[in-house]
Ligand binder design. Structure first.
Ligand SMILES: Nc1ncnc2c1ncn2[C@@H]1O[C@H](COP(=O)(O)OP(=O)(O)OP(=O)(O)O)[C@@H](O)[C@H]1O
Ligand SMILES: [Mg+2]
Length: 281
């Protein structure tokens, strides 16, 4: 890596604002993501995590502020940004009628890569999907589908990847598999921005964690920095470190409200209130 590359963060966000009609979702969001690191954006339902990801991946325009990804301004150079990223959304992009191998080969073809079949086989192997590769994706379990979805997003080796709730709905084993994949990506130099409702996911994976609440980033730090925000709870014989969940709930409040605008939010996202880490799904 050259000096020039190390100077500039992979993602830089400054003063981003976004409203949907009267709902002022983002009120000045600032953060940087270092190259090759894993950055977790935490927030209650409706806090605006997906909105941030959509702005950074050029699917949505911000009302104010600036953001750059891989050195390209998202407003001025959306094409360059798109070539530098991949996005795995909250809802999988897998085509169910195709087999896993066909899904992968199709994306490789669309990206004009040589040997799409070989690329597909390599990714199937990496994501432990070789055996299932010839089967229609419709027959895959949730975890297999999510792994295929992430595999598809890696085609072309984008330097920055966005994972919006990568493990929602997965069982613990499938989550661990996805976590291993994400770690491997970061070890290989890929920058990962993930959003999650699972605090243990952020604890496990993230180099830095930012908490989005009432339209701004209210805390941003390493896990140990965040834990230091609360004094360790002590009893006479046992010293207890606060978990990230304790820190999160202390900062955000555990009333189930997403903020001043909670009553205005869409029913499909507002219903759960503070869902992080507590959702039985
Ligand atoms: N296109 C849109 N039109 C109107 N309102 C929107 C639109 N997109 C998002 N919103 C609203 O903006 C707020 C933030 O939504 P967003 O999807 O970014 O939240 P989130 O943090 O990703 O939530 P979740 O944890 O449920 O995925 C919500 O109140 C949502 O209803
Ligand atoms: Mg979301």
């Amino acid at each position: 890596m050259t000096n020039e590359q190390t100077l500039e963060p992979a993602i830089r966000v400054r003063g981003i604002q976004k409203s949907f009609k009267d709902l002022h979702v983002l009120r000045g969001v600032d953060f940087d993501v270092e190259r090759g690191s894993i950055f977790a954006l935490l927030g209650s339902n409706g806090a605006g995590k997906t909105t941030v990801v959509r702005i950074l991946s050029t699917l949505l325009k911000a009302d104010a502020g600036t953001a750059s990804v891989h050195g390209f301004d998202v407003a001025a150079k959306p094409g360059d940004v798109r070539e530098s990223i991949s996005l795995t959304g909250q809802f999988a992009a897998v085509d169910e009628v195709l087999s896993g191998r066909e899904n992968l080969a199709l994306i490789a073809k669309l990206r004009h890569l040589k040997n799409p079949g070989a690329i597909a086989d390599e990714l199937l192997e990496r994501f432990s999907l070789t055996e299932a590769g010839g089967r229609k994706a419709a027959t895959y379990s949730g975890g297999m589908r999510r792994r295929l979805d992430i595999a598809m997003s890696l085609i072309g080796n984008p330097p920055v990847i966005f994972l919006d709730e990568p493990t929602t709905g997965l069982d613990p084993q499938a989550r661990i598999e996805v976590w291993q994949t994400v770690r491997q990506l970061a070890n290989g130099g890929t920058t990962v921005l993930l959003t999650t409702q699972y605090l243990d996911e952020a604890e496990q994976l993230a180099d830095r964690i930012a908490i989005l609440h009432k339209g701004t980033i209210i805390q941003n730090g390493t896990l140990s920095e965040l834990k230091q925000l609360l004094p360790p709870a002590t009893v006479e014989y046992v010293e207890k470190q606060p978990s990230l969940e304790d820190v999160f709930l202390a900062l955000v409040g555990d009333t189930g409200e997403t903020g001043d605008d909670a009553e205005n939010t869409d029913s499909d996202t507002a219903a759960g209130g503070v869902r992080a880490g507590r959702d039985p799904r």
